[in-house]
Ligand binder design. Structure first.
Ligand SMILES: NC(=O)c1ccc[n+]([C@@H]2O[C@H](COP(=O)([O-])OP(=O)(O)OC[C@H]3O[C@@H](n4cnc5c(N)ncnc54)[C@H](O)[C@@H]3O)[C@@H](O)[C@H]2O)c1
Length: 436
C-alpha cells in the first residue's frame, strides 16, 4: 500500500518510519529542504530513541522515501496524511494555515480518488475547512475528482514515540464512508492483527477525542501540582498523597507526579485551543482554563524557590540540570526551564546548564546568555544552587559528596521530586522539592 505523509516532524517522521516498518511504501514530504536533504543522507533531524535505526532500515530497503514535493508521489498513493504543525495563534486557537496549505496542494494535484487524512491535532470542524479548500482547488482546475477526508489523531509521546506508535492503546479514526473505512482498515491491518484496538467514529468525535485526551492528562498534572502546593503549606507530603490516591484503581498512578509544570509542543497549545473552542461556542471551559492557569504559575516554581532561599540573585551562580520539556527528547517547546532561566538571568544570576541532548536546541533559545557545561558536575562547579528541571535517567543518582565539595552553596531544588532529601542532608546539602 502506498501512502504519503506531509510534514516530516516528530509525528510525520515517526508515523512514516513505523508504517514503512509494517510494510507500507511511504513517501515523507516536507517543505523544509534542509530537513529532506539530511534525511536523504541518512541523518535524523530530531532526537527520538530508536528512530535512527528504523528510518535507516526502511529507507535502505526502499519502503521509505523523502521529497519536498507531494507531486512526486501523488499519482501512486491511496492516502495522504497531513502531519504538519498546528501551533497556537495569537488568540490561543490552533493555527490551521499549514493544514490548509497542504489541503490546497492536495486539491491542486490529485488525479484520482484519494483520501486526505488529518493526523495533525486540529479543532472540531477542521475537516470542513479542509474539504472546502480541496473543493476550491479542484474547481479552479475545472475538474471533478472524487476524494474524502478522514481524521486520525496521533497519541504518541515524544521519547517513547516508536513504542507508542507500534503498540498503541488504541487508534482513533474518524471517517465518513465505508469506503474510507476499508482503506484505513487495510493500512492498520498489521496493528489489528496484533489485537490493538482501532476505533472508528465520526470525524468531529475523532478530532475532539485528541483534545479531550490531552486536556485530561494536563488536568491530572495541574490537579496534582495544586495539591502539592497545598501540601507544602499544611505540612503534608505530596509524594505520599500521590501514592495514597494513585493506588485507587479508579484513579491510577499515571500523570500524577507533582513537579515544575507541563511543557512540550502539545499540552500547552492543545489545552489553550480547547478553551478557545469553548469560548468560540459561547461556553467557558472553567476546568480547562484553571488547568492552564495553575500550570503557568507552576512553571516558575523553581525560580520562586531559588529566590526565597537565596534572596538577591545578583552575582549568584545557578546550575540547571535538564532543559528539554521531558526526558528522552531534545524538544524545548514550552519547556519550564525557559521561564525559570529567563527569570534568573533577569535577576542578574549567572546560569550554567547541562542537558544530555537538548543543548543544540537550547542554544536557539538562550544563545550565549548561559554557559553550556559538558556534564552535570561541570555545571555545578562553584554554583550557589543546583535546580533539576528534567528528570533524565543520568540525573537520578548523583554523587552528593562530589557536588557538596565542588559547589559554592549547598541548595538543591528538585523540580521533579526524584531525590531522597535525607541522602542530601547527610552530605550537608539543603533540599527543596515540590510539595514535600
Ligand atoms: N510532537 C508530538 O508529540 C505530537 C503528538 C501527537 C500529535 N501531535 C500533533 O501533530 C502535529 C505535528 O506535530 P509535530 O510535533 O510533528 O510538528 P513539527 O513542527 O515537528 O513538524 C511539522 C513539519 O511540517 C512541515 N511543514 C509545514 N508546512 C508544510 C507544508 N505545507 N508542506 C509540507 N511540510 C510542511 C514543517 O517543515 C515541519 O517539518 C501537530 O498538530 C501536533 O499537535 C504532535
Amino acid at each position: 500500500m502506498k501512502i504519503a505523509i506531509v510534514g516530516t516532524g516528530y509525528v510525520g517522521l515517526v508515523s512514516g518510519a513505523c508504517f514503512a516498518e509494517v510494510g507500507a511504501d511511504v513517501t515523507c514530504v516536507d517543505v523544509d529542504k534542509t530537513k529532506i536533504d539530511r534525511l536523504r543522507r541518512g541523518e535524523i533531524p530530531i532526537y527520538e530513541p530508536g528512530l535512527d535505526a528504523l528510518v535507516t532500515r526502511n529507507a535502505t530497503e526502499g519502503r521509505l522515501h523523502f521529497t519536498t514535493s507531494l507531486a512526486d508521489c501523488i499519482d501512486d498513493v491511496e492516502l495522504v496524511f497531513c502531519a504538519v504543525g498546528t501551533p497556537p495563534g495569537e488568540d490561543g486557537s490552533a493555527d490551521l494555515s499549514y493544514v490548509e496549505a497542504v489541503a490546497r496542494n492536495f486539491g491542486q494535484l490529485i488525479n484520482r480518488y484519494c483520501i486526505f487524512v488529518t493526523k495533525s491535532t486540529v479543532p472540531v470542524g477542521t475537516s470542513r475547512i479542509v474539504r472546502t479548500a480541496i473543493e476550491e482547488e479542484l474547481r479552479k482546475r475545472g475538474v471533478e475528482i472524487d476524494f474524502e477526508v478522514a481524521s486520525n489523531p496521533e497519541f504518541l509521546k515524544e521519547g517513547a514515540a516508536i513504542k507508542d506508535f507500534m503498540s498503541p492503546d488504541r487508534v482513533v479514526i474518524g471517517i465518513e464512508s465505508r469506503r474510507a473505512q476499508s482503506v484505513m482498515e487495510r493500512l492498520y491491518r498489521p496493528f489489528l492483527l496484533n489485537n490493538f484496538r482501532v476505533i472508528f467514529m465520526d470525524i468531529p468525535s475523532a478530532e475532539m477525542t485528541k483534545y479531550a485526551a490531552n486536556a485530561m492528562l494536563a488536568t491530572r498534572i495541574s490537579f496534582m501540582n495544586d495539591i502539592a502546593n497545598l501540601c507544602e503549606l499544611v505540612g503534608a507530603d505530596a509524594g505520599m498523597v500521590r501514592k495514597g490516591i494513585g493506588t485507587d484503581a479508579r484513579i491510577g498512578t499515571k500523570f500524577l507526579y507533582p513537579g515544575c509544570g507541563y511543557g512540550g509542543s502539545c499540552f500547552p497549545k492543545d489545552v489553550r485551543a480547547l478553551a478557545t473552542t469553548g469560548r468560540a461556542h459561547g461556553y467557558r471551559m472553567a476546568i480547562i482554563e484553571a488547568v492552564e492557569e495553575v500550570n503557568e504559575r507552576q512553571k516558575e516554581i523553581v525560580y520562586r524557590k531559588l529566590r526565597s532561599a537565596l534572596g538577591d540573585l545578583r552575582g549568584k551562580k545557578i546550575a540547571i540540570w535538564g532543559l528539554a520539556f521531558k526526558p528522552e527528547t531534545d524538544d524545548m517547546r514550552c519547556a519550564p526551564s525557559v521561564p525559570v532561566i529567563n527569570r534568573l538571568l533577569a535577576d542578574g544570576a549567572t546560569v550554567s546548564v547541562y542537558d544530555p541532548v537538548a543543548a543544540d536546541e537550547a542554544r536557539k533559545v538562550f544563545g550565549d546568555t548561559v554557559t553550556y557545561a559538558c556534564d552535570m558536575y561541570d555545571a555545578a562547579v562553584d554554583a550557589d544552587a543546583v535546580a533539576l528541571m528534567t528528570e533524565w535517567k543520568q540525573f537520578r543518582m548523583p554523587s552528593w559528596r562530589v557536588l557538596a565539595k565542588s559547589m559554592n552553596g549547598n541548595l538543591i531544588v528538585d523540580g521533579r521530586n526524584i531525590y531522597e532529601p535525607a541522602e542530601l542532608r547527610e552530605e550537608g546539602l539543603r533540599y527543596m522539592g515540590i510539595g514535600r
